[in-house]
Design a protein around this ligand. Structure first.
Ligand code: GAL
Length: 873
């Protein structure tokens, strides 16, 4: 969104198989991963045992302006024109980069790490937009890495950083190696020239986060995985394979592969390149027997040069990749480089899928020729109370919930995701709109990416596409979100430049951008392959005037989709009266809002002044069937951007709250996106001691076409879905009396699904449940523990806010707690957490090498406590 608007605004489904789960948990397979024992290449995690310190004022007098000339050469491989050269003078060095510096008083920790997530909230200088957590400052990370004398003589050693927030500068043994400013980029540096044999190669990484650098919570630190990659000087280059499947049928598929070979040695090398194609077993992550071989090619790569080689092969009876109802089958291409004497000098694995994606102006997205309506959500990268520190299980849990809702598409708003996120999307069958920028040259916040766009947009965009283009889940690239230049001529010029980079790096996919204000016919919109509309499609706020028809008229041959829709807001389990007698309203006090408590009604009818209720969006999506679908803002609540109540900590946009508890909206989307699922969902809860005798509307979400509501056994009427409320059933005149509600729904005259709600008693005990009771003892795996405050008969008390204290015994740790309340300023690591809407969450992580029983207990004053046992294996 644009600055002015920002200111205004600031005021397969559930059944993921066990196989898939095991596969995902067992794999950290990013592109280029070599399985253990694969000759020629080692990829070693160096996540463990870092020393860390954060400084709120600059401790070393360094800044991007002093470091820039040493950082830019790190990007040379991704710059098409003159390559930036490393300056000849001596590079800045500081005491923190020297092995003589004593870091004994610093914190010891493992990565991925988000230094800000532990809080406390209300950090100086950080407003609601950035989540009130202390993400600013300079952070230094230090660790020794081991290099064997033999490696020193024969290997090239790279450092691969999947993501560090932000302005990363890297020193090895006191020498400045290089760096990368964009905090969402996955970058590589060549450590080889600075290595020495031994266990004490000191790696020191400096990060620098300004205040006012983001519109949401950016996190802070080395928040993704970090690796040492040891290869022969002649090897497959970084992201050096590109697989395309230009023709696909049930009988056969053509697999084209480009392999880019880099020679960092001092003499030219002759290499044989051969690639075998294997199905990837989802149960184990292992490659099956080869089903095809790309014939061997021999090339000679000059010293210090790169050379690419093209190959192609036909795969018979391919198992295609596709979103539900298709299957997300995967393959792996194993590329081997051999030297003249036939020794294998590199082995490089590329996961891919065989599929076609067609972008069609009339039919929308077709995968393998089959039209798939885009039922998408946007999401930021934070994982709730875990912050931005990437965790595969936490991301998988989010995606499982979205899939249970019927989501089949994800927009990585507004930046490149963790590499493992795309691995999850591939294997779970999501389509991904992969997005890179939230701003170009025009700023949204004082210190955002606009400061370095001129120097870094090209390498960042090329790197991003090369990293992600083999993922079958990625169906299109987004070059920007609500870019400030949308209405200027410069928006068109920059848009064309970025689009040409996209085409150069990946001619198989189209470029889109998310436009909230650009109009049809503008230079900006003209520059795009796919027209992406934010909010204007359904009509901004209370307006029903849609810009879909204008875009359709101007671009009859381009696909149009809602890159961002809705921006509805709600607080889980919180209902505010009266309820509007319409399908959409802007949230204000008296209409869905309570600015004092900072809650928004969960009747799911209220939105921001530019947004729309889901019901309104559905009307407009259905009215213009050429629109390929929508990406709802957002799947999950996220930290920061707490519109409409800026004094809160986290957003209200999520269909699911920050703790991962479903809001009622979840069932509204499920009723539309999984319309074959017999489901009915009643709201609100039915425990209203203060509302006896008062009108308390009852709404039901279901894909049924008729529904009858019974209030204390008496029919309140049988309704047919009418044009005015096509997407929900509503009995707005119900008068509350304690008792029960029961809805019986019908489809085509036959009973479809039933739901009930009843008045519950007072809080008596806690109930506890773990999402998984057996977890891996690897120091990463998680169990998400939900505690409910229940009455004597075990029903959740929907308004309970008792303080719950968690404790743990055994080889695990409670990493964080939450309750989804956007106003709760208790720091996330706190072991005491008030229930919100009757629920609280604790996240348990195993210790590395752990095995045996872990017991998690929950206690609350005056209530019977509860315990759950987990097993670490
Ligand atoms: C959009 C913007 C998103 C988010 C959203 C909130 O305009 O693209 O990043 O700010 O508004 O409604």
């Amino acid at each position: 969104m644009l600055p002015l608007e920002r200111t205004m605004r600031t005021a397969c489904h559930r059944l993921i198989t066990l196989f898939t789960l095991l596969f995902l948990m067992s794999s950290q397979l990013a592109e280029g991963t070599a399985a253990a024992g694969t000759p020629g290449r080692e990829r070693i995690s160096i996540n463990a045992n870092w020393r860390f310190s954060r400084f709120t004022s600059n401790p070393d007098s360094l800044s991007y302006s002093t470091l820039k000339q040493w950082m830019l050469p790190s990007a040379s491989g991704f710059i098409s024109g003159a390559k930036p050269q490393r300056p000849s003078g001596s590079a800045p060095s500081v005491k923190y980069a020297q092995s003589s510096f004593d870091d004994g008083s610093w914190e010891t920790l493992n990565l991925p790490h988000d230094w800000a997530i532990k809080g406390p909230f209300n950090a100086p200088g950080i407003g609601g937009g950035m989540g009130r957590l202390p993400s600013n400052g300079v952070g230094w990370y230090r660790r020794n890495v081991t290099v064997f004398a033999e490696d020193l003589a024969t290997k090239t050693v790279f450092l691969d950083v999947d993501g560090a927030m932000s302005y990363a500068a890297v020193w090895l043994n006191g020498n400045l190696v290089g760096g990368w400013p964009f905090g969402y980029a996955s970058f590589r540096l060549d450590l080889t020239p600075y290595l020495k044999a031994g266990t004490d190669n000191l790696l020191a990484i400096r990060l620098d986060n300004a205040l006012d650098s983001s519109r949401w919570y950016p996190g802070a630190g080395i928040y993704r995985n970090i690796w040492l990659v040891k290869v022969n000087p002649t090897h497959v280059a970084q992201y050096g394979t590109y697989i395309t499947t230009p023709s696909v049928s049930a009988q056969s598929a053509t697999v084209n592969l480009v392999v880019d070979v880099e020679n960092k040695g001092s003499s030219s090398q002759q290499v044989d390149v051969v690639t075998t194609i294997h199905p990837l077993d989802p149960a184990t992550g292992q490659a099956g027997d080869a089903v095809a071989t790309i014939p061997q090619a021999s090339i000679t790569v000059a010293a210090g040069a790169r050379q690419s080689v093209n190959g192609s092969v036909t795969v018979a009876s391919p198992q295609l990749w596709g979103p539900a109802p298709q299957k997300p089958n995967l393959y792996v291409a194993i590329t081997r480089l051999s030297s003249a004497n036939k020794t294998v000098i590199d082995t490089y694995e590329t996961r891919f899928g065989i599929r076609t994606v067609t972008i069609d102006a009339d039919k929308g997205v077709l995968v393998n020729g089959q039209a798939v309506r885009v039922q998408g959500t946007c999401n930021h990268g934070d994982l709730g109370s875990l912050g931005t520190a990437f965790n595969t299980r936490a991301a998988q849990r989010q995606l499982q919930m979205l899939q249970e809702m019927g989501t089949n598409a994800l927009r990585t708003s507004h930046n490149p995701p963790a590499p493992e996120f795309l691995d999850l999307a591939d294997s779970m069958g999501f389509m991904v709109l992969d997005e890179i920028f939230d701003c170009w040259n025009n700023q949204k916040t004082t210190n955002d990416f606009h400061l370095i766009f001129a120097d870094w947009h090209e390498p960042d965009l090329r790197l991003f596409i090369r990293r992600d283009r083999n993922h079958p889940s990625v169906i299109a690239w987004s070059i920007g979100n609500e870019i400030g230049e949308q209405s200027n001529a410069s928006g068109g010029t920059t848009g064309l430049e970025l689009r040409s980079i996209v085409r150069a790096e990946d001619p198989t996919r189209q470029a889109t951008a998310a436009m909230n204000s650009a109009s049809a016919g503008s230079a900006f919109a003209n520059a795009l392959d796919i027209e992406g509309l934010n909010y204007q499609g359904e009509g901004l706020g209370t307006s029903w005037s849609s810009s879909f028809p204008n875009f359709r008229k101007s671009y009859p041959n381009k696909m149009i989709w809602s890159t961002e829709s809705s921006s509805a807001v709600s607080t889980r389990g919180t209902y505010i009266f009266p309820v509007i007698n319409a399908s959409h309203a802007t949230v204000v006090d008296g209409s869905g809002g309570n600015s004092k408590a900072m809650y928004v009604s969960a009747y799911e009818l209220y939105a921001t002044s530019w947004g729309s209720s889901p019901d309104k969006v559905f009307v407009q999506q259905d009215k213009y069937p050429y629109v390929a679908g929508e990406f709802v803002w957002t799947g999950f609540d996220y930290i920061g951007e707490p519109t409409p109540y800026n004094a809160a900590r986290s957003s209200y946009f999520g269909i699911i709250d920050l703790a991962g508890f479903k809001k009622d909206r979840f069932y509204l989307y499920q009723s539309r996106w999984r319309s074959d699922l017999p489901m009915a969902h009643i709201l609100p809860h039915w425990t209203w001691p203060d509302r006896v005798g008062l009108v308390t509307p009852v709404h039901v979400f279901s894909a049924a076409d008729e529904a009858e509501l019974f209030v204390n056994g008496k029919s309140a009427g049988r309704l047919r879905k009418s044009a005015a409320s096509t997407y929900r059933f509503r009995w707005d005149g119900v008068v509350y009396q304690p008792g029960d509600l029961r809805v019986v729904t019908y489809r085509n005259g036959k009973q479809w699904a039933v739901d009930t709600k009843k008045t519950v008693g007072s809080a008596a005990k806690l109930s506890i449940a773990a999402d998984r009771t057996t977890i891996k003892g690897d120091g990463y795996d998680l169990s998400f523990i939900t505690v409910a405050v229940a009455d004597a008969s075990g029903d959740t008390v929907p308004v309970a806010s008792n303080a719950i204290t968690f404790s743990i015994s055994g080889p695990g740790q409670i990493v964080s707690t939450d309750n989804g309340d956007p106003t709760d300023m208790t720091a996330f690591p706190s072991l005491t957490r008030k229930a919100f809407g009757g629920l609280a969450l604790a996240v348990v992580r195993t210790e590395a090498g752990a095995s045996g029983q872990i017991t998690v207990s929950a206690a609350a004053a005056g209530l019977t406590g509860a315990q759950v046992a987990l097993t670490a294996i």
